[in-house]
Design a binder for this molecule. Sequence first.
Ligand SMILES: [Zn+2]
Length: 475
Amino acid sequence: MNNKPCIALVTCLSAFLAISFPVFAADNEPGKTVKQLQADALVSDLAWDTLASLTSEVGPRMGGSDGDLLAVDWAVDNMQKLGFDRVWKEPVTFPRWVRNHESAAVMSAEKDGKRIVVQPLAITAIGGSPSSNGTLLAEITEFDSIEALESASNEAVKGKIVFLSTRMRKTHDGAGYGETVSNRSRGPFVAAEKGAAALLIRSVGTDNNRLPHTGMMSGSLQGPRVPSAAISNPDADNLMLLVEKGAPVVVQLDLDVGFDGEATSYNVVGEFNGRDDSGKHILIGAHLDSWDLGTGAVDDGAGVALVMAAAKMVADLPTRPRNATRVVLYANEEQGIYGGKEYARKHAEDLSGFIVGAESDLGADRIYRLKASTLPTAQITIDFLAHHLKALGIVYEADKPAYGGADVGQMRRLGMPAIDLNQDASRYFDLHHTANDTLDKVNPQNLQQNLAAWVTLVFITADSTDTFGPLPVAE
Ligand SMILES: [Zn+2]
């Protein structure tokens, strides 16, 4: 053990004195460094400026689009400008899905052999949807849940446009998303099985803007799927008023979308060396791609900006943490976690080099909770982290496991330990996957609170000598 200020020293002292860690943690050298880092982060413009650069100079960056490749170049350039010691790209290939045109309208009853448009609907195609091959006209049949659709007879659905009307619940932790997202992920397949002509879903979102929420249908389900689109919450409310009247409601739908060959994008990786040549690094990540409707500010530009800025601030300390900090900006998370899965496949063999991983992908609002999944041998470091995050209003819930996020979680499943910094998701699903996901929705002070939490996590975990893992392989 050397005599540099370090967490190992704290670990030994704590074990020797058998006292609870936070009693003295605030006054030791690492504690002082953390306090200074937090104070600097709380007034730093670095995450904001990085996010503003990404959303204005690149903007929409759907996997496989020209914007996606522009984002890859942006990431390489900006990591180099920030002084990362190494920056590289790892290719990721996936099916390209394109959106050319989408429209729908409620039609009048037939008169003199014709129908006229009564109300245009605010819709967006669901990612992975096939084309409607021109205009499709059919009566809608409404279900208030996917389970209700599953138990309906084929006769009740055949040839119709299924309308799934379930409204997503607004919650602090985003739990309402998991409750309703199967309308989008499984709905297109269940509707096809029953012989439906198409699927409309109420957007999986919590706002009342007239903006539909896109998102991908399941990539793991096989078999036929119908042309599928999401309508905005106000349009779904409007449609429900007509449905409840009991008379047939006829909708016209035109989706010119679909798969078009393959595309190759890149996981962009940057690393800052540690002060020791330990061969180990922490992994912090976010996804570089976004949906095409907005500029991807909260999903997931904020995450990209936070992990880049946090790594930079810690690397700029007079003394670097012991181990390296690796930042991974993942390719095409939105359409099937392609970047995260490819990264885990490629790096499964060097798992022992990964100390712990964490991801930012739930917007830019305040972090309120810490969760950790590590071996008990790292508990002293986690307690030290929890102690310092408390100053930012973050509560450690020791009984809850960390998930690691959609992308970083792919390594967690192989046994890499993980830490979650959970953000308040109350507003997130108002904006998620809509044209409203733009920079003005990000609160600069909340972003700084996030940055303060991330520099704390990066410094403390990268400087630790504790053994974090590996953990058992997770399902
Ligand atoms: Zn995301």
